[in-house]
Design a protein around this ligand. Structure first.
Ligand code: ZN
Length: 307
């Protein structure tokens, strides 16, 4: 997701969205107490934590993933709480940042880290140089976007995402070896052109970043593309024999993989102009459409559709 969505005409941000929280899955997971009240932390197994931001509309999820020797922090969240301090509480291992992609809600605290890995896509090269200005970040805490007090000392008026330094540009098929645990980089454009999924064959998990989560999935944000989105789904589905659960970057972790088949089916049908039920909004002078299904939605530009 992205801060940009805040202004759009209610097809993105439903009123009182937090009233349906908590999501069911969280009652089945082990909650970990930390010093950082902005985050809820859940232990997914002995070496994996989900770092959840339920008080802001995006419900961003970052993950701390340990091997036997070192660890990675998958994304740095939306920048409201202190994710570095939090991760340092959770692991004693040296760790660095690996981004799923570089939209604002995933790289906000990259600047705090010496080592940052991003997929070698066009958008990531831009973002490391520019960061995000206050006009992009501030809407994330605008009216109706949060439902709990912001952390002490947080000033929305001064809030920016500073530029940061990418120390390694990841390629498709590259393997991150954490010692006894390997994660393979799967290039999955469609939501953005610098988007990487991470495959953990040992645990049979796939981190899907923003190419899939339960919620409105966007192909209309900068770097998005519906045709590439469809191709990325075909690729993830081909990899079904390697994993069982999805670890998305928003809303909820541990989603059974089968939903990807339905998303692909619907995305193809939308692309072909066959899905007739949708709501409309505007983004930057262009029409966008939201196609709502049971536990996900696809949001795209009207111009991306053949009808
Ligand atoms: Zn996002």
């Amino acid at each position: 997701m992205s801060a940009k969505t805040a202004k759009e005409e209610n097809i993105i941000v439903p009123k009182g969205w937090w009233e349906s929280l908590p999501r069911k899955v969280y009652s089945t997971l082990e909650r970990v107490k930390t010093s950082q009240p902005w985050f809820e932390v859940y232990k997914l197994n002995a070496k994996t934590w989900a770092i959840y931001e339920p008080y802001q509309f995006e419900e961003t999820l970052s993950y701390l993933v340990e091997g036997d020797k070192k660890a990675i922090l998958i994304d740095t969240g939306d920048g409201i709480g202190d994710i570095k301090k939090l991760a340092e509480e959770l692991t004693k291992m040296p760790f660095w940042v690996v981004n799923t992609h570089t939209h604002v809600d995933h790289v906000a605290q990259d600047y705090m880290f010496k080592e940052v890995w991003c997929y070698d896509g066009p958008m990531a090269h831009e973002t490391e140089k520019t960061g995000y200005p206050n006009r992009k970040t501030a809407p994330m805490v605008g009216p109706g976007m949060t439902w709990k007090p912001l952390p002490k000392g947080f000033d929305a008026k001064k809030w920016v995402v500073p530029p940061y330094k990418v120390t390694h540009w990841m390629k498709d098929g590259e393997v991150i070896d954490l010692g006894g645990r390997k994660l393979e980089i799967i290039y999955t454009p469609g939501h953005s052109n610098d988007h990487a999924a991470l495959l953990d064959r040992k645990n049979r998990w796939l981190w899907t970043g923003d190419i899939f989560y339960t919620g409105g999935i966007y192909t209309y944000l900068p770097g998005g593309d519906l045709d590439q989105f469809i191709k990325s789904y075909e690729r993830m589905i081909k990899l079904f024999p390697e994993y069982d659960y999805l670890m998305p970057s928003h809303n909820e972790p541990m989603v059974p993989k089968e939903v990807l088949t339905t998303v692909l089916e619907k995305a193809k049908s939308i692309r072909a102009g066959k899905e007739k039920k949708y709501t409309e909004g505007m983004d930057g002078g262009e029409k966008i459409r939201r196609y709502q299904y049971d536990n996900f939605a696809i949001v795209c530009f009207e111009k991306q559709i053949k009808d």
